[in-house]
Design a protein around this ligand. Structure first.
Ligand code: AMP
Length: 399
């Protein structure tokens, strides 16, 4: 069997690796000849919309992609020639934050309040309706906190508008979340949905820094609700492959922040911490193979390596830390790799995570970890969870 992958970043590389392990042939396409996937699989260095891209992919058994920024028209064209999963019905929804939020609401899935914004006048009215603080986001192409501005007062508006330029946007009410979570599932060719244990995520500057799975203190009814939402999204879009929803938890209630129709950074722990990783199951689903077991092997944590790669000495502060490096040139705010930890229970996992983060000495990672630890302490005190607040986990106004 042959799988085509649009995009050769770290997600494309990890997908390619799993596909090769399953015995499939792989064809990656990426504009960059030296993309991370080039270390593991053949890469056609070409723009996504080039005729040679279609020629290279149309004789694959199925094609997938590693990010939602892949051009929709390219996918629509490809879909007429070769099975493409997840299909463009899902891609059309998730690539535009306004369409996505409207879709979620139509499915009865709660989100933050939002308004479309296509002019300064519309922003004014939206701010009148939603109040401050609020978050202005580009409708498309925003990721890792890019294309987002926290508006704390009217004073923040001119600068945000200047940076936004003429791009269409959405204004969201700021959610004073207690913590952020994600729920990742996979849908096979027959529509069967399996989910991994939920993950707790801490961001700084809009970038994921630390994840833990299973997330602590979740009730069965919350989980059921999350699974039902995933099922509804998959049914409506005739979904096949891995899907993730990012959630805000506010006093035990969940709001969906966004949907990712691809493998997700907060699911990297599954490479070591689940019977079958999100990457393997995505490839299985896309190629029409039976899904693997999504059960956890223990308690997992993952830290992202952003901007710099730590020394071996720092990593060796804990035993069995699994380091994944993507072979990218270091740059500020760039994801260069991640580290997975797997332990027998949550307490052992949390102890090792703290030791590792202290040894790595990364300020932003420590900040993210502090917000997770604060949630634990307050939950343990049974005083109700703390509000993370804008300065703790929210992207700074300039992201
Ligand atoms: P996004 O690109 O939408 O995933 O946003 C990146 C991060 O910004 C999220 O993970 C949150 O930490 C924060 N964020 C985004 N939207 C909101 C919101 N409406 N209220 C509070 N925080 C938000």
């Amino acid at each position: 069997m042959r799988i085509g992958i649009l995009g050769g970043g770290q997600l494309g590389a990890l997908l390619a690796e799993q596909a090769l392990r399953l015995g499939a042939a792989v064809q990656v396409v990426d504009p960059q000849v030296d993309c991370p996937a080039a270390a593991v699989a053949p890469v056609l260095a070409a723009p996504f919309d080039a005729p040679e891209t279609t020629r290279a992919l149309e004789w694959c058994d199925a094609v997938t992609y590693e990010f939602e920024g892949v051009p929709l028209d390219v996918c629509q064209r490809l879909e007429t020639r070769v099975p493409l999963f997840p299909g463009t019905a899902a891609l059309e929804v998730v690539r535009d934050r306004f369409v996505e939020k409207r879709f979620l609401r139509a499915q009865g899935i709660p989100t933050a309040e939002f308004r479309p914004v296509s002019s300064p006048h519309e922003l004014d009215s939206a701010l009148d309706a939603l109040g401050f603080p609020a978050v202005l986001k580009t409708r498309a192409d925003g990721y890792d906190g890019k294309g987002q501005w926290l508006l704390s007062s009217r004073d923040d508006v001119p600068d945000a508008l200047r940076q936004l330029g003429s791009r269409p946007a959405i204004l969201e009410a700021f959610v004073p979340f207690d913590r952020e979570l994600s729920l990742i599932g996979v849908c096979d060719a027959d529509g069967e949905l399996r989910t991994w244990a939920p993950t707790e995520n801490a961001h700084v500057g809009g970038i994921l820094r630390v994840s833990r799975s299973p997330a602590r203190g979740l009730g069965a009814s919350q989980l059921d609700t999350g699974r039902r939402w995933l099922g509804r999204i998959c049914d409506t879009t005739d979904y096949r492959g891995v899907i993730a929803v990012e959630l805000f938890e506010v006093q035990g209630r969940w709001l969906v922040n966004e949907i990712a129709c691809r493998v997700h950074n907060s699911g990297h722990w599954t490479l070591d911490g689940a019977e079958t990783s999100q990457f393997e199951n995505h490839v299985r689903a896309v190629l029409g193979l039976p899904l693997g077991d999504t059960a956890s092997r223990g308690s997992s944590a993952m830290v992202n390596l952003i901007g710099a790669v730590p020394s071996e000495a720092a990593v060796s502060a804990v035993s069995d830390a699994r380091v994944y490096l993507y072979g990218k040139t270091p740059r500020p705010r760039r994801k260069l790799g991640h580290i997975n930890l797997l332990r027998g229970d949550d307490e052992a996992r949390d102890r090792s995570l703290r030791t590792l983060i202290d040894a790595l000495g990364d300020r932003e990672m420590s900040r993210a970890h502090a917000s997770i630890a604060r949630f634990d302490e307050l939950s343990a005190d049974a005083a109700g969870p703390a509000s993370a607040g804008p300065d703790c986990e929210h992207p700074s106004p300039t992201i």
